[in-house]
Every structure is written in structure tokens, then in C-alpha cells.
Design a protein. Structure first.
Ligand SMILES: Nc1ncnc2c1ncn2[C@@H]1O[C@H](COP(=O)(O)OP(=O)(O)O)[C@@H](O)[C@H]1O
Ligand SMILES: [Mg+2]
Lengths: 106, 165
């Protein structure tokens, strides 16, 4: 599991890579929550393009961060989920709650 | 007539299997996925079929750890003394189908039907989504859940793997 982040113009960009399961979710959660607390971003962009494995623990992680962001008056979107990740997000109806964006990468 | 049909429809035969047990530690979620995937790989599955199996195994094993044993792993010696073990059995048959059995001796489920409903979770604090069983159902061909409160839970999956061309 690797986390890359940067802040630009009030937008906190976080890219997760590797496996998200119940074991790794705790570390990711603590790390992203720290970034949110420190930066108080207007928008959180969660890049899921490099996820190799994700199960329903990842759903909990995504929905939990969405709740945190909106509770603090911020916005959130998901960027470039893999086909597998998208399948799981859609099973839970996440796309009806959180904006999912495809961005072409250079 | 009936007898003849029975004869023609021959029983499938197990070609290979693995039996494993490991402590209910969250680091073993990935281990369990790898064990099941390694066996299934002998059937040359598609990438999607393999991902389906890894996801379903991960869901079932995580449930043993989080719900069955209440995230309560302390040490190997306590596992040896008072339990806290997960059993994973996987096999494949001569008709290219697989069976996976995941078993814990934890607290069990009162109402299995209710537990399997989408978004149902008894864990409010740990950011569970309640989608575990729905994911298992959608990624496997068959799922059976047998549970006795106080005794434990067994989840059985079956899935047909496409034959490589
Ligand atoms: N092995 C198990 N032992 C005890 N209870 C379980 C087990 N597996 C599932 N459950 C119960 O079924 C519910 C639903 O499981 P699931 O669909 O995976 O959602 P989640 O894990 O997000 O709660 C759990 O909240 C729990 O109450
Ligand atoms: Mg679950």
C-alpha cells in the first residue's frame, strides 16, 4: 500500500495504490484523515487508478472519508477507478452519492 | 430409465485440494486470498475469475476475523489455548468447477438471512459497509452459509471456471 498526496488550490489529491482490505484500511484511513485535518480541503480527490485489490473494506473507507469531508462542509470525488473497483463501488450504489470522474492521464 | 440417466450423469471428481488453517489475524486476509488463488491458478482462470475468487475469499475471511472473533487476536499461544483459528479449504473438480470452504468457531450468526441483506451490518464503529455478503453472492455462482450462534460460521462457495481456449 502506497499513498501519494498533494494540495493545490484547496484541493487535496490522494492517490492510493496496492491492496485495500480490512488489514490495510486502518493505516490508509489514519493517513487520509490526518491529511484532511491538516489541510481542511474544499475538495478531496481520491485517485483509485492504481488499486490492485479492493474488497468491501475499501467501500467502508471511501464512504467514511466522504462522510468526514461533507460533515466538514467539503466536497469529494473519486478519480479513475479501475474496472474492478468501479464494479464494487456500483454494487453499493456509491456512484449515486459520490462523483466519479475519468481524467485522461498524460 | 431413471437409473440409466443417473449412470450417464457421472459424479464430478476432485482433482486437487488444499487444507489450511491460520490465526484470525488481519494480516492473514491477503494470505488467504493468495492460498485460494494459487490453487485456482492451476485451472488457468481469466483475470476476472481470479479477482472474483480473491474478493469473495477476502470477504469471508475478514468476516471471521472481524465478526466471528471480534477482532480479538492477541497471540499465537492464546490461539492455541482458547481458539481463534480460521480454516480454509479449497478444491477443484474435473468439470472445471471449484469449491471453497471458510470456517470459524466464533460467535456465529443469529439470523443468516438478515445478515446477508445488502447494507446490513452489526458493526457500527469500524466502518464496515454491510456489502460483504452481497459481493460474495455477486462474484460466486453459489454461496451457502451455515451458522450456529456460539459455535461458529461456515461459508461455502462454488464457481465454474471457463475452460482455457
Ligand atoms: N463469520 C461471521 N461470524 C459472525 N457474524 C458474521 C460472520 N460473517 C458475517 N457476520 C454477520 O453478518 C453481517 C453482514 O456481513 P457483511 O455482509 O460481510 O457486512 P459487514 O462485514 O460489512 O458487516 C455482519 O455485520 C455480521 O453481523
Ligand atoms: Mg464483511
Amino acid at each position: 500500500m502506497e499513498i501519494i498526496s498533494n494540495v493545490n488550490d484547496g484541493i487535496l489529491y490522494v492517490k492510493l495504490s496496492g491492496d485495500i482490505d480490512h488489514h490495510s484500511a486502518k493505516t490508509v484511513r489514519d493517513c487520509v484523515d490526518n491529511l484532511i485535518r491538516k489541510n481542511n480541503p474544499a475538495e478531496l480527490e481520491l485517485d483509485l487508478s492504481s488499486i490492485e485489490f479492493m474488497d468491501s473494506s475499501g467501500l467502508g473507507l471511501v464512504l467514511g472519508r466522504y462522510k468526514k469531508q461533507t460533515d466538514m462542509g467539503g466536497k469529494m470525488k473519486i478519480i479513475n477507478p479501475t474496472k474492478r473497483v468501479l464494479q464494487i463501488l456500483q454494487l453499493a450504489g456509491v456512484e449515486k452519492i459520490i462523483k466519479i470522474e475519468r481524467i485522461r492521464q498524460a | 430409465m431413471k437409473k440409466e440417466i443417473k449412470k450417464i450423469k457421472k459424479k464430478r471428481v476432485i482433482l486437487n485440494q488444499i487444507k489450511s488453517s491460520f490465526p484470525a489475524k488481519s494480516i492473514n486476509e491477503s494470505l488467504s486470498r493468495m492460498i485460494a488463488a494459487s490453487l485456482v491458478c492451476q485451472l488457468d482462470p481469466t483475470i476476472d475469475e481470479l479477482a472474483d475468487i480473491k474478493t469473495a475469499v477476502s470477504e469471508a475471511v475478514t468476516n471471521c476475523i472481524v465478526h466471528g472473533y471480534g477482532n480479538n487476536y492477541k497471540s499465537i499461544s492464546s490461539v492455541n489455548k482458547s481458539g481463534g483459528e480460521i480454516n480454509l479449504y479449497a478444491c477443484y473438480y474435473d468439470d472445471n468447477s471449484i469449491k471453497i470452504i471458510i470456517k470459524d468457531k466464533g460467535k456465529g450468526i443469529e439470523d443468516v438471512k438478515k445478515a446477508m441483506q445488502p447494507l446490513y451490518t452489526t458493526d457500527e464503529s469500524g466502518e464496515r459497509s454491510g456489502m460483504g455478503f452481497s459481493i460474495m453472492q455477486s462474484f460466486m455462482d453459489k454461496i451457502r452459509v451455515i451458522s450456529n450462534p456460539g459455535k461458529g460460521t461456515t461459508v461455502i462457495f462454488e464457481k465454474k471456471i471457463s475452460r482455457p481456449v
